[in-house]
Design a protein around this ligand. Structure first.
Ligand code: GAL
Length: 362
């Protein structure tokens, strides 16, 4: 097994490696950190990834000498507003926010701005307000491109194979990432839809027909049940574009209910995102085909470093100032690179980076 540092260098590049290096040992807190409390508002405890995000951000901030207050909104936009309101009233020194509904936070962020509390939009861009200072995330269009690339490779579309039946799923309509994932994927898939190597038999190709509120697996399962019943009585699905592992699991459940997953009727190619444990196990078992790995520890470290820079009066490290426009301004961003993971490389990427242990994947 390659050592962790070598893998991280290979997959994440030098900038991310520098962030990791600071995360490894305890740090000497900078002058400004003592007595400062950072508020962290995360969207949900229902998905494993956000638990990892919360834990990692807390650890990274504490290793820099900060105190933290971590709250989870349990997918309820109103609850998240109330939680952030409370953090503002407690006069936290900075806020790190992963929004549930990207347009629901304008009022409470105005309160934060009035109290001079800097706000970092974490993973999901907050829209429609000037009161968000920075954005830290992954290259979200690239996530979609990686999902599409997997489908193109597995179906040999570049070699002219087809026609194949594909169905499209997207994320929550109130999450700005949803459009980025979908646009990134469609950028690569559209030529094959145009020349009919790929056919969406349900006819549901517009983003508003294929979204999945709150990224909910059972919601996706219901939609897949209906698509199969309505359109696939005498046909087979060859591929499903899924933006997120929880949704992929729902889709797989619906397909299995319909008799897929046997020698005579194999499961289609199914993409995903987040490298959640259940989905990595599903990939190893030959069910889900692919996921997109985003090293959340690097994201958390980037957010913590950003807070530390802001509170010490330094300019945070940024690598994208233009792409993420929130309707009011282009929010200066630091973006990390996602990585496509399938059966051929999961050991190298996920074990090699210590994201999981071999024991976890049993
Ligand atoms: C998105 C995020 C994805 C996935 C999804 C569902 O905002 O970028 O990685 O986690 O939410 O939680």
């Amino acid at each position: 097994m390659p050592n962790r540092r070598a893998v991280l260098a290979a997959i994440a590049g030098a900038a991310s490696l520098a962030l990791t290096a600071t995360a490894c040992g305890g740090e000497t807190p900078r002058a400004g950190s003592e007595g400062y409390t950072i508020g962290i508002a995360m969207p949900t405890r229902a998905s494993e990834r956000w638990l990892t995000d919360g834990k990692s951000v807390v650890e990274d901030l504490e290793s820099k000498g900060y105190k933290t207050k971590l709250v989870y909104g349990d997918d309820d936009p109103k609850a998240q507003v109330a939680q952030i309101e409370e953090l503002v009233q407690q006069r936290v020194s900075a806020l790190i926010v992963a929004a549930i509904d990207n347009k629901a936070l304008n009022g409470v962020l105005k309160q934060a701005a009035d109290a001079d509390i800097p706000v970092i939009s974490y993973d999901r861009l907050i829209l429609g307000t000037n009161d968000v200072d920075y954005y830290v995330s992954f290259d979200n269009e690239q996530v979609g491109r990686l999902q599409a690339r997997h489908i193109i490779d597995k179906l040999d579309l570049e070699e002219g194979e087809g026609p194949f039946n594909i169905e499209l799923f997207a994320g929550s309509p109130d999450d700005n990432n949803t459009k980025f994932f979908f646009d990134g994927a469609m950028h690569l898939l559209q030529p094959y839809l145009d020349n009919k190597q790929l056919v969406v038999r349900s006819g549901q190709t517009d983003l508003d027909q294929i979204t999945t509120l709150r990224w909910d697996g059972p919601t996706a399962q219901k939609r897949m049940n209906k698509v199969l019943a309505d359109t696939y009585a005498n046909r087979t699905v060859d591929a499903v574009l899924s933006p997120y592992d929880g949704i992929s699991i729902g889709i797989i459940n619906a397909l299995k209910e319909d008799g897929y997953g046997t020698a005579g009727k194999p499961l289609p190619i199914i993409t995903g995102q987040d490298a959640e444990l259940a989905s990595v196990k599903s990939i190893i078992a030959g069910e889900q085909s692919q996921t997109v790995y985003k090293d959340l520890r690097l994201l958390a470290e980037a957010a913590a470093t950003m807070v530390d820079d802001i509170l010490n009066g330094d300019t945070p490290q940024l690598n994208n100032r233009r792409a993420y426009k929130n309707g009011v301004k282009a929010v200066p961003a630091y973006l990390l690179q996602p990585i496509s993971v399938d059966k051929s490389n999961y050991e190298y990427i996920l074990l090699g980076s210590d994201f999981y242990t071999a024991e976890d994947l049993k």
